[in-house]
Design a binder for this molecule. Structure first.
Ligand code: SF4
Length: 410
């Protein structure tokens, strides 16, 4: 159920009072969030929201913002869904369609290790074998029954090569997640939105059965039952309204309260792609990204890890750094963001400098946050935890890459 947006104007003093009370309580309720969203145009309200979110972040994360050096492995860009904003998924007859062999995975892993990366992000389309006979045949020729069988083998290759997998393979069954759990440091599925409206005709998820909110919520629940450290997130600007965004954040909070397995929440703005049906849709404004990062922090509370990808709001990084996030996500020195290939990653040195300019310090993490690695052993397969600890400092951060200069680390 989504709540209606209230009309009542709010003075800046009243907004500050609501924000302060939420910071003190360690959570913001939906009605308050909606009142603030309806008043973001009032002078000072957005800044007050960002300041409150920053104060909440400082309570538990202190001055630290983290980043994960990773390699992005799009194991297959075939997908059974057709989200109208997506340029990642290709048809099997496209010259750009590609499914990785294990030799290609191995080569990428070698490149990742050589450049000081610890996380191997396995990101791929949903169950392409359901839609495409040619993919079923490709899998069968190599002895795989499903795409998940390929993911399992790719994770083994990454581990053997010295990297730590994090898999986001779309909707997985509980059995599939169980098979992947010992081979993954953490796993994920963007909730994107709980809007059922977007499954309607002409909307972003009409041809995407795996984007049915109830299916995504169920997978989050099953990951919680399996105690998998889980990444989720919000996709901004695909046709959802403000009340639906708040509803999505409240749903994530509810899941976290029930299972405690949500390790991080990504706030990701949609960027229109020229080759897609949504190419003419205006992206969310940078101010909007700041506001929703701040609201994610305030709704989900000071303990949650809140991430905003730095390549998707490059002109707002200084403001974002003080809007409640504590993580810049995965940044790769050798692979592009295959979901947003038009948006290059900033250099890690640049992120380090601007984090420092915001009065904070950038630290390298692996695919697991330090407080999870050191404080929640029950979420990890014992062998996987050993691997994680082997690649971590005593404080739980990623071991400093040998090529990293003292200047970078300062
Ligand atoms: S956004 Fe994901 S699920 Fe949707 S078409 Fe693209 S790859 Fe498939």
């Amino acid at each position: 159920m989504t709540l209606p947006l209230p009309e009542t104007p709010l003075s800046l003093a009243a907004a500050e009072s609501l924000i302060g009370a939420s910071v003190d309580a360690g959570r913001m309720e939906a009605e308050v969030a909606l009142r603030l969203v309806a008043n973001l145009h009032q002078p000072g309200v957005l800044d007050a929201l960002a300041d409150g979110a920053f104060a909440s972040k400082q309570k538990t994360k202190g001055d630290v913002i983290t980043v994960s050096r990773n390699i992005f492995l799009p194991l297959t860009n075939l997908c059974r869904n057709r989200c109208t904003y997506c340029s990642f998924a290709k048809q099997p007859d496209s010259a750009e369609a590609h499914t990785y062999s294990l030799e290609e995975v191995s080569e990428m892993v070698r490149g990742g290790v050589a450049t000081g990366c610890t996380e191997a992000l396995m990101c791929l389309g949903d169950k392409p074998e359901v839609a495409y006979r040619s993919h079923r045949e490709w899998l069968a020729e190599r002895g795989y029954g499903t795409t998940v069988d390929l993911v399992v083998e790719a994770c083994k290759v990454a581990l053997k090569g010295g990297m730590l997998p994090h898999t986001n393979a779309g909707i997985l069954s509980s059995e599939e997640m169980q098979a992947l759990r010992p081979l993954n440091a953490s796993m994920g599925l963007m909730m994107e939105t709980t809007s059922t409206r977007l499954r309607g005709k002409g909307k972003a998820h009409f041809y995407a059965p795996d984007k049915e909110p109830v299916v995504r919520i169920r997978m989050h629940e099953e990951a919680g039952e399996l105690r998998i450290p889980f990444t989720s997130g919000l996709l901004l600007g695909i046709g959802e309204n403000d009340a639906e965004r708040v509803d999505t954040l409240m749903t994530l909070r509810d899941l976290q309260e029930r299972y405690g397995h949500i390790q991080e929440v990504i706030v990701q703005p949609f960027h229109p792609k020229p080759s897609t049906p949504m190419r003419a849709v205006a992206p969310i404004r940078d101010d909007g990204v700041v506001a929703w990062v701040a609201l994610a922090r305030l709704i989900l509370g000071p303990e949650m890890n809140i991430q905003a990808p730095p390549n998707l709001a490059p002109d707002m990084l200084e403001r974002l750094a003080r809007a409640g996030l504590n993580d810049w996500g995965g940044v790769s020195p050798i692979t592009v963001d295959f979901i947003n290939p038009e948006s290059p990653w900033p250099a890690i040195e640049k992120l380090r400098a601007l984090t420092k300019a915001s009065g904070q310090v950038l630290k390298d993490r692996g695919p697991v946050y330090p407080d999870w690695l050191l404080g929640r052993p029950e979420f990890f397969d014992p062998e996987m935890r050993k691997q994680l600890l082997r690649l971590a400092t005593d404080e739980g951060y990623a071991r400093r890459p040998t090529h990293q200069s003292d200047e970078e680390a300062a």
